[in-house]
Design a protein. Sequence first.
Length: 135
Amino acid sequence: MTKIKSLADLKKLKGDLQSKIALREKSDTPEGRVIVKVAMSTCGIASGAKDVMEYMIDEFEKRSIDAIVTQTGCIGYCYAEPTVEITLPGNEPVVYGYVDTRKADEIIEKYIKNQELVDGILPVNYQTIEKDKEE
């Protein structure tokens, strides 16, 4: 935790926290935004998912990428944690495994910004609740 030594430090910390909260609050209107779900079950957290999530939030802000970052529970890839599901507007979700901050940076630069697939995609072996309801 950063030590606050002045009113300027406090205002900067407040601004940083408000911008991170804003990323999560945009989830009310997800259309046209990149949606990132970080698996934060016990095995994900133990493997570094919290660091990956914080890194992605910071990088989206720095790079002015309009994204929603949320956490989710287990998505069934415990062997490949940390896992991250990325949904680009108009596309099916893609799940990446073994994501550390270096891999997250590559995903942001190549997949999110340029729609180039990156090594580390896991096969999707689940359906969303919404798909189950449609059938």
